[in-house]
Design a protein around this ligand. Structure first.
Ligand code: COA
Length: 175
């Protein structure tokens, strides 16, 4: 089976992760916006993270990137707690910085959404450095179904109590 199909199934089985199709995963990998670690036999995904562009239509009717979401962060249960997720995210953000410099990705807000009950993931982002936490209430987000970034409702169809983390090396918040 294709690696992206295996990974998609694994992510589907993780209750605190947003399901993602094999095609979407492949798109992120092809765009150079994903980090994947495989086992030595290249059969099992051990670690994964990706940056997903959120598109909006501008005044000219063109589809443009309004924001970037870092997500689908996954580490195989057998190797959790060894700093792999930290490594994946840092590598991904470093790569993104290079893509900014080349002009292949626009400098738009970079964020991550973490379900409020996902303690390992909350601690992960709190300890990374450069990520600013913004707690969100049900009132301000219409029960976590509405949160707009650059003209895109990133909570459409979501509805789970969540916290948002903004990436900013200089510790400035975008919203
Ligand atoms: C969340 C997840 C990616 C962390 O992966 P990991 O490789 O074990 O994380 P790391 O070893 O890099 O840990 C980094 C930090 O996260 C926190 N953390 C990791 N596991 C934790 C746990 N079980 N309990 C509490 N904090 C935890 C710690 O603060 C840790 O830093 P420290 O080691 O300096 O204390 C992994 O548990 C996972 O795949 N979970 C299921 C999928 C998921 O929830 N993904 C996130 C969606 S937003």
């Amino acid at each position: 089976m294709e690696i992206t199909s295996v990974l998609s199934q694994i992510i589907y089985g993780e209750s605190q992760m947003l399901p993602v199709s094999p095609e979407e995963l492949l798109e992120s990998i092809r765009a150079g916006l994903a980090v994947l670690i495989m086992d030595p036999d290249f059969l099992i995904p051990i670690g994964f993270a990706r940056i997903h562009p959120c598109f909006k239509t501008n005044e000219k009717g063109e589809s443009v990137i309004a924001a970037l979401e870092l997500g689908s962060v996954y580490v195989d249960p057998a190797v959790r707690g060894f700093g792999l997720a930290k490594l994946l995210i840092k590598a991904l953000v470093k790569d993104l910085t290079a893509q900014y410099d080349q002009g292949s990705v626009p400098k738009v807000p970079l964020f991550a959404v973490v379900e409020a009950s996902n303690v390992p993931s909350l601690n992960l982002f709190r300890g990374l450095g450069g990520w600013i936490e913004q707690p969100l209430s049900p009132e301000e987000t219409n029960n976590y179904t509405e949160f707009w970034i650059g003209g895109v409702n990133i909570f459409e169809g979501w509805g789970k109590p969540s916290v948002i983390f903004w990436y900013n090396e200089n510790n400035e918040r975008h919203c």
